[in-house]
Design a protein around this ligand. Structure first.
Ligand code: XMP
Length: 560
């Protein structure tokens, strides 16, 4: 399967506040050998933590497999399919999962499955391409089927065996995405299931610890997929299923202490959950050796700056420098309408302010970054696969060193970061804050200049929307919900028997797993009506509210 094109490529400079800092100061030293760093993993004590490794053959959902395995209570990382065997032996994982991939097992440049992998004595689960490669390697018959299977497909279980023992029914749906099929299982294997175009859609040789499924257990469109993964991990691999994201907080704290020693650390707080959790972990590790810098660029949502300052300075007692740089940013943005120019200006100005503040501190040596595992993977650092998009936090950074990076979230997925944040006592509002772009409201005033008046108006409109969404209990179900202000656009209305000529506010709300694709959210009509009438009543300059019903693709989540 091919991965969806990352829409990030559309925009050139997507630096976030904290990311922008990293672009200036990280060296090759920190960036060297991402695999080595990942190989050390977030597991902490390698002896104590059970893990299952996903070997990536290029599948669209490979990352999701690792995520689901972690949800089952087993630590998991996504690594290249050609990870050296010695490295695998050294890590001694409880199980190996061979991911799907876009190639046909017969094509010349198809990624090869090394037979030795199947002979390490570690249970192996092949998924889609992974199963076909295993079947072919061991003497099964794999051929192009008359017709491929793409999408939801009926599956008939003929034999539950070990792998499918948790499935409630013999008939169920699963997500398929393949053209080749296994027609005959290799000697010693038992076929477990079939689908209309996959004579062998699941198979196992429990004696040898080898299992395969043609469908994707990691996606929600395979309703009992997680149970299959859990059966593999628990019954085939003997895992104890006790890993939780929160349980690694202590290990991360120990790692930070080891890295930083008695050095001074700085962290750019953006108000988002990633930098907040990263900062808290570092603070737990080295206390007041950490200073956080919060640059208020005036492009945040209503009261967010105050909430960050209250949580960190007042509640957690973290040394915090809060810089009011609103005027500086507004001056620099004056007259600018081009989206990329705005991003650049905001990113560059942020670095300037941050550096000025850092220079006032007592020679900080370390910089905290909230880089997530998905950032590492998407930058090609985790899997060795093609770079999907270059992320602002990772890779492609200049050589001039000032700081060494501390990245305590580098092995965590976003939902796990929230788990750690909650365990560390971060207020719920911060833990569950929706993603917010580094350039903030600056890229939500579109087709017109960013001015103080417009920012205030947009903040007020956004506040109404969030308020209604929270009251309806929908906030956590949405990936993002926000307003866009077409800056120079005005519309005619009639208010109080008089003609009005006011701003138009756009409501944008999407559901998504990872922002690579998104669906417009079907917000209830009565919520929309209340929101629109509140915006028009409470914000005098607004006289029209519209709803964006574009999914991604073809749209992007943000408007520019
Ligand atoms: P798009 O608009 O490309 O956005 O669908 C995908 C996700 O990225 C966020 N986004 C940004 N984040 N700097 C950031 O840090 C940026 O310049 C930027 N532009 C978009 C967006 O909010 C969504 O979550």
């Amino acid at each position: 399967m091919t991965r969806p094109a990352g829409a990030r490529a559309v925009r050139q400079d997507r630096s976030t506040a904290a990311g922008a800092v990293a672009e200036r100061v990280v060296t090759t030293r920190e960036r060297a050998a991402p695999h080595a760093e990942i190989a050390e993993g977030g597991r902490g004590d390698a002896q104590a933590v059970e893990e299952a490794l996903v070997l990536d053959f290029g599948g669209q959902y490979s990352q999701l497999i690792a995520r689901r395995i972690r949800e089952c209570g087993v630590f998991s990382e996504l690594l290249p399919h050609d990870l050296p065997l010695d490295e695998i032996r050294r890590r001694a994982p409880r199980g190996l999962i061979l991911s799907g991939g876009p190639a046909s097992v017969y094509s010349e440049d198809a990624p090869r499955l090394r037979r030795e992998l199947l002979e390490l004595g570690i249970p192996v689960l092949g998924i889609c391409y992974g199963m076909q490669a295993m079947a072919r390697e061991l003497g099964g018959r794999v051929e192009a089927a008359e017709s491929g299977e793409f999408g939801t497909t009926p599956l008939t279980v003929t034999e539950r065996g070990l792998l499918l023992r948790a499935l409630p029914d013999r008939q169920q749906n699963c997500l398929m995405s393949h053209r080749d099929s296994v027609f005959e299982a290799p000697p010693g294997f038992t076929p477990l299931a079939s689908s209309p175009h996959s004579p062998v859609a699941a198979l196992e040789d429990a004696e040898r610890g080898l299992y395969g499924i043609q469908f994707h257990p990691e996606v929600v469109r395979t309703p009992h997929g997680t149970e299959i993964l859990a059966t593999f991990l628990e019954d085939a691999c003997g895992c104890h299923m006790s890993w939780t994201a929160a349980s690694i907080a202590e290990q991360q704290i120990a790692r930070i202490r080891e890295q930083v020693g008695d050095g001074k650390v700085i962290c750019g707080l953006s108000g988002g959950v990633d930098s907040s959790v990263a900062a808290l972990l570092v603070h737990r590790a080295v206390g007041d050796q950490l200073t956080c810098i919060f640059v208020d660029h005036g492009l945040m949502r209503k009261s967010e700056g105050d909430q960050v300052v209250a949580a960190f300075r007042d509640n957690f007692k973290v040394p915090l420098v809060a810089v009011d740089a609103q005027d500086r940013f507004l001056d620099r943005l004056s007259g600018v309408t081009d989206p990329e120019a705005k991003r650049k200006i905001i990113g560059t100005e942020f670095i300037r302010v941050f550096e000025e503040e850092a220079a006032k501190l007592d020679d900080p040596r370390y910089l905290v970054q909230g880089t997530l595992y998905s950032d590492v993977i998407e930058s090609g650092g985790g899997t060795g696969a093609a770079t999907i998009k270059s992320h602002h936090n990772v890779g492609g950074l200049p050589e001039d060193l000032e700081f060494e990076l501390v990245e305590p979230l580098r092995t965590l997925f976003k939902d796990e970061v929230r788990e750690v944040g909650a365990a560390l006592g971060l207020p719920e509002r911060l833990v569950w804050r929706q993603p917010f772009p580094g350039p903030g409201l600056g890229i939500r005033i579109v087709g017109g200049e960013v001015t103080r008046e417009r920012l205030d108006l947009l903040r007020d409109a956004d506040f109404v929307l969030q308020d209604e969404i929270r009251n309806a209990g929908l906030y956590r179900q949405l990936w993002q919900s926000f307003c866009v202000l077409p800056g120079d656009l005005r519309s005619v209305g009639v208010q109080g028997d008089e003609r009005s000529y006011g701003y138009v506010v756009v409501i944008r709300a999407v559901t998504s797993d990872d922002a690579m694709t998104a669906d417009w959210a079907r917000l209830p009509y009565d919520l929309l009506e209340r929101t629109a009438s509140r915006m028009i009543n409470e914000i005098p300059q607004v006289n029209r509210v519209v709803l964006d019903i574009t999914s991604k693709p073809p749209g992007t989540i943000e408007w520019e």
